[in-house]
Design a protein around this ligand. Structure first.
Ligand SMILES: [Zn+2]
Length: 274
């Protein structure tokens, strides 16, 4: 057994958290010294190499190879950004020590595509896609500090990755439409609360020769809020973008859906046109 000095004094919960953090950092292929520096920067705790080595080589050693995240723009990364910016079903850890990237969706092929993209981005095997009976949805998730931090950056920082090339643009749009779009009859619509994001989506669609109607605003009745003893209904801004029906074919060609039921709805809309 190596020395446990320093760590021994810490409560178990903190030790567990530190160990998780070390394991997460290792998945991002950081060296022992880099891990020690990051842990100290994030938590103030100064670990010894022996602790790190013990945790990484002990019975909790969960991987046989090193994983890395390289933020080079590729369509798989653009797809994940599109899903992340678009969907409430995906969450990225917001708190300290939480570097989980999770997707919970009703369409299996959506979860599988997301998992495949994560595997390409992080050069690892795809995280499992599991059926969750209680919520009747497909779950996939993994932990990566570097990818989580990358996705946490604002839209502005992510734009160069999203608009890297036509393939990246299309992949971003597909991710966004997989998560946000609805198709009713011949009406293809995406909605979101972020105007800047929708402006970007309109510009990217236009760059792929897909015409939209621009951004429509509608007020949606929200929750009752209590202000100075009186209840008011809070109106939430919701914005919509419609793809022009004459552009549906181009949308299918250039962007398309991963989700089978959305793909089928789009095919049906286009058949109706013939
Ligand atoms: Zn690209």
């Amino acid at each position: 057994m190596g020395s446990r000095k320093g760590v021994k004094l810490r409560p178990t919960i903190e030790r567990e958290k530190l160990r998780d953090l070390v394991l997460t950092l290792r998945k991002d292929a950081l060296s022992y010294n880099e891990i020690i520096r990051r842990v100290e920067a994030e938590t103030g705790a100064k670990l010894r190499k022996s602790h790190v080595s013990e945790w990484l080589n002990g019975k909790h050693r969960p991987f046989g190879y090193v994983r890395n995240f390289d933020p080079t723009p590729i369509p798989e990364l653009a797809y994940v950004i599109g899903v992340e910016l678009g969907d409430a079903s995906m969450s990225v850890g917001k708190k300290n020590y939480n570097y989980m990237i999770k997707l919970r969706v009703i369409d299996k092929e959506f979860a599988e595509e997301f998992s495949r993209c994560l595997s390409v981005i992080l050069r690892r095997s795809p995280p499992r896609v599991k059926w969750h009976e209680k919520t009747r949805s497909w779950h996939t998730q993994l932990s990566s500090l570097l990818l989580t931090n990358f996705l946490r950056q604002g839209l502005k920082v992510l734009v160069p990755t999203i608009s890297h090339c036509d393939d990246c643009k299309a992949a971003f749009l597909r991710g966004f439409f997989d998560s946000e779009a609805g198709m009713t009859g011949r009406v293809l619509r995406v909605s979101n609360g972020d105007r800047d994001l929708l402006v970007l989506v309109c510009n990217l669609l236009s760059s792929q020769s897909v015409e939209t109607t621009g951004i429509h605003l509608s007020k949606k009745a929200g929750n009752l809020v209590l202000i100075k003893g009186r209840f008011y209904r809070q109106n939430l801004d919701q914005m919509y973008v419609y793809v022009r029906s004459r552009s549906l074919n181009t949308f299918r060609e250039k962007v398309g859906f991963t989700i089978v039921r959305k793909k089928a709805a789009l095919d049906a809309a286009l058949r109706r046109e013939d």
